[in-house]
Design a protein around this ligand. Structure first.
Ligand code: UDP
Ligand code: MG
Length: 318
């Protein structure tokens, strides 16, 4: 069946001027007739758009039509994906193409693997790549592995380990994702959360073709914390564990002090008792408040609710 599926491929780009040409070339090399590429330019400050426009002009639009969506500024990888999905879904309806692929533009995901994902997606709603090997550093692999294990263990809905953004889905899956985005976007978590029939495809993953991670360490940490709070029970469990432990300790301290005082072994001042009680109870409260504040803060209030991104323009490049 390879090569027969038509597909809309969506790729977010932020400062990918050095990768965009190779990306388009490799994608055009693997695309069957009637494919479409939707690039989301996520506020690039380099020549990504110019390079893309140049190389798009050389691509046969019958085979691979290229469409550029620019966001009004940099909104970040996860939001760029959602913005791109919105446009891809609309294009899918306009072109009657039923498959949407999401792929990074730095060539960590191999465009040549799209056929494999499309084949796997033929009988299910979502086919997503799980990284068979990672082209990243050992330290990154260890921390990412630990993160996915924690998340897989604690997630409210199963978030598959080592599944990134690279995936193919049908329009009902894309629609379900778009109908359920919250401010704290974590695309792999959300994609798994929607349910339907999903299948994992183990695929090798390369190192970034050129440049450094555009998401960066800070972005990754923010994403990991967001995913833990948005998709796992870990913070709640920790809250219960720590406050229960704290309470137990304070109880033991109070009892010990009372016994010591009654037995006349040590002259425990009443004030000491009060201090111990205060200390432990305040620590319990503090933990409670921090976590609650964090969780409440992550839910957009209806008053503050804003969109997740702003699309600046959209045009056809070939
Ligand atoms: N990206 C984006 N906006 C950003 C950061 C990254 O659209 O603010 C794009 C980037 O161009 C790439 C993909 O998202 O196509 C993944 O980014 P990156 O490779 O930096 O992430 P990593 O692989 O390090 O997680
Ligand atoms: Mg990357």
């Amino acid at each position: 069946m390879s090569g027969l599926h038509r597909c809309i491929v969506m790729a977010p780009m932020h400062n990918e001027q050095s990768n965009v040409e190779a990306f388009v070339r490799r994608l055009a090399g693997t695309a069957a007739d009637g494919w479409e590429l939707v690039v989301v330019d996520d506020g690039s400050s380099d020549e990504t758009v110019d390079r893309l426009t140049e190389c798009a002009a050389k691509v046969n639009s019958e085979q691979l039509a290229i469409r550029l969506v620019t966001l009004s500024r940099n909104f970040g990888h996860q939001r760029a994906i959602i913005a791109g999905l919105e446009v891809a879904l609309r294009r899918a309806e306009e072109t009657e193409i039923d498959r949407i692929a999401v792929i990074d533009a730095d060539l960590q995901d191999r465009p040549e693997h799209l056929q494999e994902l499309l084949d796997a997606c033929a009988s299910v709603d979502v086919a997503y790549a799980v990284r068979a090997s990672r082209g990243e550093s050992l330290l990154f692999r260890i921390t990412a592995g630990a993160f996915y294990r924690v998340l897989a263990h604690w997630a409210r809905s199963p978030v598959p380990a080592n599944a990134g953004t690279f995936s193919v889905m049908n329009t009902r899956a894309a629609e379900a994702i778009l109908n359920n985005v919250d401010e704290n976007v974590f695309f792999p978590g959300l994609r798994s959360w929607i349910g339907f029939n999903q299948t994992a495809v183990p695929l090798d993953r390369d190192g970034r073709a050129d440049g450094n991670s555009r998401v960066g360490l800070k972005g990754l940490i923010r994403l990991a914390v967001g995913a833990l709070f948005g998709y796992s029970k870990l913070p709640l469990r920790l809250m219960v564990l720590i406050s229960a432990g704290s309470l137990l300790l304070s109880l033991i301290a109070v009892i010990t002090m009372t016994v010591l005082k009654l037995a006349g072994l040590v002259a425990v001042e009443g004030i000491a008792l009060v201090v111990v009680l205060l200390f432990f109870n305040l620590s319990v409260l503090a933990i409670f408040l921090t976590i609650l504040a964090y969780m409440v803060g992550r839910n957009p209030s209806p008053v503050q609710a804003r969109g997740l991104y702003v699309i600046g323009s959209e045009r056809c490049l070939n």
